[in-house]
Ligand binder design. Sequence first.
Ligand code: GTP
Ligand code: MG
Length: 193
Amino acid sequence: MLKIRDARYAGTIQSGLEALPEIAVAGRSNVGKSSLINALLNRKNLVQTSKQPGKTRNINYFRVDLIEAPPFYLVDMPGYGYAKVARSMQDEWRKLARRYFTDNQNLKLILLLVDIRRDIKEEERMVLDLARANQAKAALVATKADKVGASERARLLKALEAAGGLKPLASSAEKRWGLEDIWNMILDAIRIS
Ligand code: GTP
Ligand code: MG
């Protein structure tokens, strides 16, 4: 089992942070970004989760110190695509994402979260394209896998793979599914750096 020495909020993108490898967690509003970070770090409320979509507005950095690997940041991206959020906010998100994903030498891996019951849309393609353009690795994580039965889950994962061109990893923050595989991807990404 992986040993976490410490995990804490380090600040926002504007706060002049120490340069460390970054693992970004991106995805639609309410997809489960903050919940997944809490689950990965074994903390109930390190990151605020909410039933009110659109709550995370900033790019928030969480510094993770491990026992047997170098420190890194888990980066909680603001959610996008929430219908009730004003158009100007959506443009704001695009600008923020483009700025963050472009020319970021520290960015080692983008965990792109998609609700297992939903499809890949324009914004997901934008994230995948930005990742490709900037030589950042991207992985597709299908969240809330506990919400569907096993055969439906298999069918939905295949459909997501066909749409996204990447094999998605099923996860559930609630049931703690997929966390070990996600940790292995993170460790690979920060070790290669
Ligand atoms: P924003 O910050 O608004 O973009 O949302 P987010 O992507 O950070 O989502 P958040 O983690 O706040 O989760 C949104 C809602 O989904 C909360 O009510 C969570 O409890 C729920 N949720 C998150 N992950 C899971 C999961 O794996 N299974 C189930 N059943 N519910 C989940
Ligand atoms: Mg959040």
